[in-house]
Design a protein around this ligand. Structure first.
Ligand SMILES: *Cc1c(COP(=O)(O)O)cnc(C)c1O
Length: 390
């Protein structure tokens, strides 16, 4: 047996093998998965913008006017008027001097973190931070200091013992991607001030969703002006693709010169840029506010029912509603049973979450009907009882 086959068999035997499900048609609240219609409960397209007519129209118009590709990296010949327009719109949206686009959230974290810290510096990272933050920290060659989830005393101990040792960088998810809880941003701001650290907030799941204007977790916590780099993604709540760093003009200029994932990659294409501009516009409009209200109401309804049934939803307060199961095989069986029952919910296993903390990660959308969510919560409860999860 080849090494690769052996590894694949090992993954299968431990319940950690991964395979792809096929979604037919556009990303809506209901989709056809592997040939049958189901309720989509695992997308990050929280407001339903990924299939919104305004974004589609903007994309099509941009293709007609600007073509399909940018042809080069930004610093070569790939800096188009739409890049500038989107960056200006994002800076206005986030209330920062500047914004710099990246090709995805993953590459944004790689580029930002490895540009801000290097050998001899320290990076402080919540244990539940996204994999791309960990990978950025490894790439930077700085010392990576991980603190227990949300443990501000633990973080302060680390900051104290590393005081004066190079540049200090605190990086956190704004909304934790697999738990759905919020980072204690006020406390993080107090600590970053006291210890002279920089604070980077990855708001992949707060952008478009949290705060009065949909500006994210920092707006929600009232600390927007205190965050040094607001990293956000365009492919989740905003329904498009790509990512950005919103920050001071000086910081944007620094990243433009130092972030290797920005420098050495072909820039985002016109269709994507135009959809993103339309998305920011929409999120800032009364329609955006209305969608956020519906998402909030849907979340309250769905999470409330699951809690009432006795599921452990890990303290989530957002549209990400995890159901803790524990072991990998049981989690995947739960997920398979739900798909049979017409609900598409992915099981989450290591290395995405710690061993023994496997879960179903349900996500609610603004475009779900209340009746659909009630029926879904009832089915999840019935199957959870059968499997002995509750
Ligand atoms: C999804 C995600 C990313 C990666 O963003 P992409 O645009 O999908 O590459 C980064 N950070 C967090 C917290 C995420 O959830």
């Amino acid at each position: 047996m080849s090494f690769f086959r052996q590894e694949l068999e090992r993954l299968r035997a431990s319940g950690l093998h991964r395979s792809l499900r096929l979604v037919e048609g556009a990303q809506q609240g209901r989709v056809v998965v592997d040939g049958r219609e189901v309720l989509l409960l695992c997308s990050n397209n929280y407001l339903g913008l990924a299939a919104h007519p305004a974004l589609q129209e903007a994309s099509v118009t941009a293709v007609r006017g600007f073509g399909t590709g940018s042809g080069a990296a930004r610093l070569v010949s790939g800096n188009m008027t739409l890049h500038r327009q989107l960056e200006e719109r994002l800076a206005r949206f986030k209330g920062t001097e500047s914004a710099l686009l990246f090709n995805s959230g993953y590459t944004a974290n790689l580029g930002i973190i490895s540009a801000l810290a290097g050998r001899g510096d320290s990076i402080y990272s919540d244990r539940l931070n996204h994999a791309s933050i960990v990978d950025g920290a490894i790439l930077s060659r700085a010392k990576l200091l991980r603190y227990q989830h949300g443990d501000m005393d633990g973080l302060e101990r680390l900051l104290r013992s590393n005081r004066g040792k190079g540049r200090q960088l605190i990086v956190t998810d704004g909304v934790f991607s697999m738990d759905g809880d919020l980072a204690p941003l006020r406390e993080l701001v107090a600590l970053k001030r006291e210890y002279g650290a920089l604070l980077v907030v990855d708001d992949a799941h707060g952008t478009a969703v949290l705060g009065d204007g949909g500006r994210g977790s920092a707006e929600f916590c009232g600390v927007s002006a205190e965050v040094d780099v607001h990293m956000g993604t365009l492919g989740k709540g905003l329904g498009s693709f790509g990512a950005y760093a919103a920050c001071s003009a000086e910081m944007a200029e620094y990243l433009q010169n130092m972030a290797r994932s920005f420098i050495f990659s072909t820039s985002l294409p016109p269709a994507v840029l135009a959809a993103s501009i339309a998305a920011v516009e929409l999120v800032s409009s009364p329609e955006g506010r209305d969608l956020r209200r519906r998402l909030e109401a849907n979340t309250r309804l769905f999470a409330g029912m699951l809690l009432e049934s006795g599921f452990d939803t890990l303290g989530s307060t957002t549209q990400i509603v995890p159901i803790l199961v524990g072991e990998a095989r049981m989690t995947m069986e739960f997920s398979a049973r739900l798909l049979d029952a017409g609900l598409f919910v992915q099981g989450i296993r290591p290395p995405t979450v710690p061993a023994g903390r496997c879960r179903l990660r349900c996500t609610v959308m603004a475009t779900h009907e209340a009746g659909e969510l009630v029926a879904a919560a009832e089915k999840i409860t019935a199957i959870g009882r059968e499997l002995g999860v509750i």
